[in-house]
Each structure stands twice: as C-alpha cells, then as structure tokens.
Design a binder for this molecule. Structure first.
Ligand code: SF4
Ligand code: SF4
Ligand code: SF4
Length: 380
C-alpha cells in the first residue's frame, strides 16, 4: 500500500544529474537593466516557477541578479567571489546583460564595473568578471542585444568601443561543458525567450536535454528561425498590397518603416506578455532590435526600408488584382442563396424520387442549383 501514497509520476521521475545550479547574472555591461526588468513579465516559464521549484526535473535554482535580488552589498556579492574561487559547490550559468566595453582603449578609469577587489579596494571591471568567471561557468548566456551584438551602445561614433560577448570572448568560444555562448537578442529581450532559454540550459545541466541548438549567430534556432513577417497579424494586408500610410492604421506597416520581412524575431507569434502584443501586431514598426546589425543598419527608423520599395511595388501589381477579385467573391459569399424564402413554391431544385416495382430508383436526379456558388477561379 506504500505505493498508493506516492504522487502520480514521482516514482518514475528521473533525478536531475545535479541538485543545484546558480545563475550569476551581471547587469553591469553597458546596460539599461531593461532585460532584467523584461524577464519579470515572463510566464512560459516565469522566473518564479524556475526559482521556486515548480518545474519538474529541474535542479534547485539560485538566481543572483542585482535588479531582482533581495540581498545588497556583500551579501549579494559573496556568490560572485565564491564562484571566482571555485567554492560555490554547484555549477553556474553566467548571464551577461549590457554590451562589453573595450577597457583597452584608455589610459585611466574604467567603463563598467561590479563590486570591489578586496586586495586593492578598486572596482572589478565587467571585463574582468567575464575573464574570471566565463572559463568556470557551465554555460554563458548573453541577454539582450547589447550583450549579444553590442546594440545601441555600440553604434557608430560611440566612445567606449563596446561589443557583444562573442566579439569579446570569440565566436568559437566554448564553456567548460563544451557549450557555445548562447545569444538571446532583443531590446529588451522577449521575456519568455529568455526564461525558456535558461530553462533549456538548466535541463541540459540536469542531464535531461541535449545540447542547445543554435544558429550561426548563436541564437536558439527554435526561437529565431522565422521572421517577424512570417508571424505577423498584418501579413494578409501585405500580400494584398494594402499598406498603411500613417500610424493607427490596421494595415501593413512596411511603407512607414517596418523591417519585419527581413528580421529574425518571434514576437509576432509569441506576443510580448502572456501572448499579447508583439510590435507590428499592435501597431509598432519592427526596427530590427534582435539583429546583429541593429541599430545602425536599420536607421533612420521611420523611413521605408530600402528593399521594401521594390518588394512592395512588385507585390502591388499582384496584390491589387487579387484584392479586387477577392472583393467580388467576398461580396458573393456574403449573400444567402435565393431559395431560402417563404411561400408555397419550392425553389431549391429538389425533385421527388419514385421507385419501380423491384425497389430500384427510377427518377432522374436534377442537379442542385448552382446559383450562389463562387467560381472556382475566385476561391484563391
Ligand atoms: Fe537596455 Fe536594450 Fe541594451 Fe537590454 S539590449 S540593456 S534593454 S538597451
Ligand atoms: Fe510584414 Fe511589417 Fe507588414 Fe507585418 S507590418 S506584414 S511584419 S511588413
Ligand atoms: Fe525587435 Fe522587431 Fe522583434 Fe519588435 S518585432 S522585438 S522591433 S525585432
């Protein structure tokens, strides 16, 4: 009878390969903390589900993020020093938020730092933390476009010479577990994209998931394999060459600056919070914030993208014709058929059937009226 008291599934559940994992999340790149704020809106899974043990199979997760932590000062920093000294007692995932400045281009001062070196009393630069912790981490994740590719801080003319994490560590860099850097771009990162990627890596640490699939820009393939356009609620307008000329229109936004057709991002499918939102779906042009070329290659933001004038002109010829034909068909199928009426006369085309002496059907069958059906050619 002892088995009867074991909750369903628990008896066969595989134990994680490690009991605990720490997540050390540095927001001290050149950053606005927007990615840490963004993940508070995650629900698939939520940060709370990850750290409170609500997800089956996960090791116990300890999150150390300065924006989200209860601890401050030494109480917060002690985990960083323990990780540096290899005394955490559990594997850790290192998350970098914000672009990585080039500390080599100046003779004094520093661009970004976190905590203090106990020996010297000097700030520990973000670059030094990366140098110290990345080789010891189970996995290294760049959160947001600043950390992945440099982002806004790495625009032309910037004084810091900043870059993405892979530019700093090397694109072929591997963690001690053999994992490449994992890039989760977005400005800010889409909340569920970030927590789902963390979840995947935690499952991998637990021995319950294979190596994470990444594209050549080190993005999770299942999250960034499609374009904004391919998931956009307005794609039907694009295909019919029905373009908005001003904000507030429900039509396709390509003429007023949307880069969706050439941008890898899933927010038009996934939404932003709890499935709701996703830039063009709710009226905002896509400015390519997930892309390695962001922002320089997408500016000025409000102009029609260069390739869009050609593609929208070509789609225009096809789209206007198709829209007209569909309009005709739509008008037809929006009317009821004529035989639905009151009166003593039956006009449906029905003809009674009579039977011969041996029961075989004799009557000819009159074809049903075709009035009201749209021509096959218009059903496109
Ligand atoms: Fe802020 Fe955007 Fe940079 Fe994230 S990627 S730190 S949200 S500017
Ligand atoms: Fe494509 Fe943008 Fe138009 Fe949506 S609004 S259909 S993403 S061009
Ligand atoms: Fe960024 Fe475009 Fe995705 Fe919006 S739709 S999050 S602007 S890449």
């Amino acid at each position: 009878m002892a088995e009867a008291t074991v909750p369903h599934g628990r008896a066969t559940q595989k134990e994680p390969a490690v009991k605990e994992v720490h997540v050390l999340w540095i927001t001290a790149g050149l950053s606005c903390d927007g990615d840490s704020v963004s993940v508070t809106a995650a629900s698939q899974p939520s940060i709370e589900d990850i750290v409170m043990g609500a997800i089956p199979g996960l090791p116990k997760v300890h999150l150390h993020n300065p924006v989200l932590a209860y601890e401050v000062g030494d109480d917060f920093m002690k985990y960083w020093y323990l990780a540096d000294e290899d005394r955490l007692g559990a594997p850790f995932v290192l998350v970098i938020e914000g672009s990585v400045p080039n500390e080599e281009i100046k003779s004094e001062g520093y661009w970004a730092a976190l905590g203090t070196d106990k020996r010297t009393g000097q700030p520990i630069t973000t670059c030094e933390w990366i140098d110290r912790l990345a080789p010891k981490a189970f996995a290294v994740v760049a959160a947001g476009t600043c950390a992945t590719y440099g982002g806004i801080h790495a625009m032309a003319g910037n004084p810091t010479g900043c870059m993405g994490l892979a530019d700093y560590l090397g694109w072929k860099w591997r963690s001690k577990a053999g994992l490449p850097i994992v890039n989760v771009p977005g400005c800010p990162v889409q909340p569920d994209n970030m927590t789902e990627t963390l979840l995947y890596l935690l499952y991998h640490a637990a021995g319950l998931a294979p190596i994470i699939p990444l594209d050549d820009q080190l993005r999770p393939t299942w999250l960034f394999g499609k374009t904004v356009h391919e998931g956009c609620d307005r794609a039907g307008y694009y295909e019919q060459a029905d373009f908005a000329n001003e904000y507030g229109s429900p039509k396709c936004l390509v003429r007023i600056g949307c880069w969706g057709p050439v941008v890898n991002c899933n927010v038009t499918k996934r939404g932003w919070m709890a499935g709701i939102g996703g830039c063009p779906n709710v009226g905002g042009i896509c400015i390519g914030c997930t892309m390695p070329g962001f922002p320089d290659k997408f500016m000025p933001f409000m102009d029609e993208p260069p390739g869009a004038s050609v593609s929208s002109m070509l789609i225009g010829m096809y789209g206007r014709l198709i829209r007209r034909l569909r309009g005709i068909t739509n008008t037809t199928v929006n009317k009821e058929t004529k035989w639905r009426h009151r009166g003593r006369e039956l006009t449906t085309g029905y003809h009674p059937t009579s039977y011969g002496p041996n029961g075989s059907a004799l009557a000819s069958r009159t074809p049903a009226p075709t009035e009201g059906r749209q021509p096959a050619a218009d059903r496109r």
